[in-house]
Design a binder for this molecule. Structure first.
Ligand SMILES: Cc1cc2nc3c(=O)[nH]c(=O)nc-3n(C[C@H](O)[C@H](O)[C@H](O)COP(=O)(O)O)c2cc1C
Length: 202
């Protein structure tokens, strides 16, 4: 049976959405039988506030519902950093999943993370949010260094990405876009994550 992977994001300015597409490409490259879907969490801000924050129109990824989660074997979460943490939109979604947690429906499934931050707060966003995933008994698949050593240690470009997961430095006004090195890291992460989930569930 084909494995199913959900990439779940919140992206106000599009950086995380771009990384999510690279993660998806990576999974599909290493695991052609995998079913991969990019979801976004429900927006919680009004159109008026979003306009004041200069947020562009969102991509039309389906909105994830708590009830969708148990149908997947693995999850890649894309976090847009807010004060070194996840956005309230992402947290609001996670807080709707108590019933799933109570039934242990995510136990033993796999999870990985990628992130975006204005100035490069990187790993801290992921580390600050492990608790939810630990409580659910999800198995964290870190990116590590082995498969992306050259990219992670490349100091020639301003870049995100750590052994905790892919990432991008958006710039303090969102003026940067994910660059080639950041996209490559995201593809490698997707590829390796796909392999781990496939190996376990096939
Ligand atoms: C309220 C708020 C808090 C933020 N906090 C941080 C932060 O702690 N560190 C940082 O580097 N960037 C911070 N940023 C910048 C965002 O992380 C950045 O806009 C985001 O990663 C862009 O991703 P997106 O285009 O997918 O929305 C913050 C942005 C907002 C609006």
């Amino acid at each position: 049976m084909a494995i199913k992977i959900a990439i779940i994001i919140y992206s106000m300015y599009g950086h995380i959405a771009t990384l999510a597409e690279a993660e998806k490409r990576g999974i599909e490259e290493s695991s052609p039988d995998a079913e991969v879907t990019i979801f976004q969490v429900q927006e919680t801000l009004s159109d008026e506030i979003l306009a004041k924050m200069h947020a562009p129109q969102k991509k039309d990824y389906p909105i994830i519902q708590a009830a969708d989660l148990p149908t997947f074997d693995g999850f890649l979460f894309g976090f847009a950093t807010r004060f070194g943490n996840v956005s309230a939109q992402m947290k609001t979604f996670l807080d709707t999943t108590g019933g799933i947690w109570a039934k242990g429906e995510l136990y033993g499934k796999f999870v990985g993370f990628f992130e975006s931050s204005g100035s490069g707060t990187h790993a801290v966003t992921i580390i600050n949010n492990l608790s939810y995933f630990v409580h659910n008994g999800l198995i964290f698949v870190p990116l590590g260094y082995a498969k992306a050593f050259g990219e992670l240690t490349n100091l020639n470009v301003v870049k995100g990405g750590t052994p905790w997961g892919a990432g991008t430095v958006a710039g303090t006004s969102g003026e940067l876009q994910p660059n080639e090195v950041e996209l490559k890291i995201a593809e490698i992460q997707g590829s390796e994550f796909g392999k781990v989930v496939t190996k376990h569930f096939s």
